[in-house]
Design a protein around this ligand. Structure first.
Ligand code: C5P
Length: 233
């Protein structure tokens, strides 16, 4: 590893979270006494590796300025974009005067509050000497079906299928260039896919199964349980 490379975190937090059916975006729902995004940022700050964390927030979001975290000296606020990839690019641009092209960026969803420090360090330690970078991922325990309408048209080889989690870790310059090139492409649903489109081959690092993304109402209860379990380990 180049000893002078810094690590930056980027947190896309400008989604509306339609599937939560709640009165506010899911990153502001309460989870174990704090907002979901506060739990997530507490985890990232606690990992003690990031020079700064750039958070992409919807312009005129009324909830973010209410949180003390929005004024944290190591947290930078950037305007969110239409899609997740636009939000990530905006957050990367907000670091342009401070980050070097060779520095590492770990992009982590605001909606994944149970990220363990252990997993952040595992990702960094595994990929620090890699040319491209990679992502935390989970193997599939279920048999996976290829379906058209409601009919099975095939069974996928689950040994080859992994679920993409975050953080996703790439070089600042390479990631920014890939996202600029992919702008407006709806198939870019994570950072790795932007790099894949350019012909790079990101790695996967097996992550912990408790790194869930809050998506549906029942996920909050599960996340509360995971946070309690982690606190007693
Ligand atoms: O909606 P989904 O769960 O896939 O969103 C993943 C993350 O991306 C969330 O943290 C959400 O706030 C963020 N996002 C964003 N800008 C968007 C859409 C989603 O920052 N336009």
């Amino acid at each position: 590893m180049n000893e002078s490379s810094k690590f930056w975190a980027v947190v896309p937090a400008a989604g509306v979270g339609k599937r939560m059916q709640s009165d506010r975006p899911k990153q502001y729902l309460e989870l174990a006494g704090k907002a979901v995004i506060e739990q997530t940022l507490t985890r990232l700050l606690g990992a003690d590796v990031f020079s700064a964390i750039a958070v992409a927030i919807t312009v005129e979001d009324p909830y973010w300025p209410e949180l003390a975290m929005s004024r944290h000296p190591r947290i930078v606020t950037a305007p969110g974009g239409k899609e997740r990839a636009d939000s990530v690019l905006s957050a990367l641009k907000s670091l342009r005067d401070r980050a070097d092209d060779n520095d590492w960026v770990l992009v982590h969803d605001a909606a994944r509050p149970c990220i363990a420090s252990e997993d952040i360090h595992k990702l960094i330690d595994t990929l620090a000497d890699d040319e491209v970078g990679g992502i935390l991922a989970l193997s599939s325990h279920d048999t996976l079906k290829d379906v058209e309408d409601d009919t099975i048209v095939g069974t996928l080889d689950r040994r080859r299928i992994w679920r993409a989690l975050t953080p996703q870790m790439f070089r600042y310059g390479m990631l920014k260039a890939a996202l600029v090139e992919a702008e407006g492409n709806p198939s870019i649903t994570d950072e790795a896919s932007a790099l894949e489109l350019k012909g790079f081959k990101p790695k996967i690092v097996e992550g912990r199964p408790d790194n869930l993304k809050i998506t549906r109402p029942e996920d909050l209860a599960l996340a509360t349980f995971y946070l309690e379990q982690q606190a007693t380990r």
